[in-house]
Design a protein around this ligand. Structure first.
Ligand code: URA
Length: 311
């Protein structure tokens, strides 16, 4: 499979075509909720972000109190996990969006833990404990992330959608299927990389007109709840390259608002780790043009080249 994709790439290059090896048209149908709820712009975020932020600012979050419970001041620890709670320093209240990660960005990575598997298990348990009070009818489980804890390449997306929430795994909906194709085109497997999100709980509102849940961009408060766990995951894996998917991942990984169209293809850094921004697969699904596929493919090729250079 990987070999045939490589062959196709070589052919494309020989013919002067830049399109991605997964470029065959995708079957039409409903996208994942996250993809379908987005504005079809590369940066996706303006309208949804403003509506979420504005309603929260009015003290009137969209959806009923049942759908979006207020933040409990002292999250209760579920009995089932409290016995195993690891000692993880988790203090986010002093971080201020949108500079959430900025202080961290200056810190070089420490040495990777001796036992990465064990450390990742500890972090997962800590995330379960810390995020349990925020579970509700929308976010029914923590979607922690998955993959090889020794991976050299890590993908960071925005947050789980409906499918991910159902299965407790990142990127398993329609945009996940496209991400899988992208990974295979890179000559890798999903199991050999690590995939995580900025938030570990689904962010969605009830669309009163349809009665359906509509995924939306997570608020800063939602990001603040769990982003420390992403940072701990990155410290544990210490990947050689991070690829951010979409504007939300980019914003919080860089500690500033950036336009994906402007900075994609340009190397950035997160705590000394090379970071390549690219479009989110859900954007690509909505704007599935050869030009956009070629841009993403070129970003992924840059990531592969960097991995090769780093040996
Ligand atoms: N979109 C994301 O950003 N993350 C997922 O896990 C799924 C869809």
């Amino acid at each position: 499979m990987a070999a045939s994709l490589r062959l196709q790439l070589e052919l494309d290059q020989a013919l002067g075509l830049g399109d991605a090896p997964w470029g065959a048209p995708l079957a039409h149908g409903r996208g994942d909720g996250r993809a379908m709820s987005r504005a079809a712009t590369a940066d996706q975020h303006t309208s949804a972000k403003h509506s979420a932020g504005a309603s929260a600012a009015k003290g009137n979050p969209r959806g009923s109190a049942m759908m979006r419970p207020p933040d409990p001041p002292h999250p209760a620890t579920p009995a089932s996990v409290s016995a195993h709670q690891p000692q993880i320093d988790f203090a986010l209240e002093d971080t201020v969006p949108p500079d959430l990660m900025r202080a961290k960005l200056q810190l070089p990575l420490g040495p990777a833990p001796a036992d990465r598997e064990a450390r990742m298990r500890e972090i997962a348990i800590a995330a379960d404990v810390a995020l349990a009070p925020y579970l509700n009818q929308i976010a029914t489980r923590v979607v922690f992330g998955e993959g090889d804890v020794n991976a050299r390449l890590m993908f960071v997306g925005e947050g789980p959608g409906g499918e991910e929430d159902k299965l407790g795994r990142p990127f398993v909906g329609r945009s996940g299927q496209l991400l899988d194709k992208m990974i295979i085109a890179m000559g890798l497997t999903r199991e050999s990389v690590y995939i995580a999100n900025i938030v570990k709980l689904r962010s969605a509102d009830l669309d009163e007109s349809t009665g359906r849940l509509k995924d939306r961009i997570p608020t800063d408060a939602e990001v603040r709840r769990g982003i420390e766990f992403l940072d701990l995951q990155i410290e544990t894996i210490a990947p050689a390259v991070i690829v951010t998917l979409g504007a939300t991942a980019l914003k919080y990984m860089l500690g500033r608002q950036e336009n994906v169209s402007r900075v994609r293809g340009v190397w950035q850094a997160y705590r000394g780790i090379d970071l390549m921004p690219t479009f989110h697969p859900s954007f690509l699904l909505r704007a599935y043009t050869p030009e956009n596929r070629a841009k993403v493919w070129s970003d992924l090729q840059a990531a592969m080249e960097k991995l090769r250079q780093k040996g």
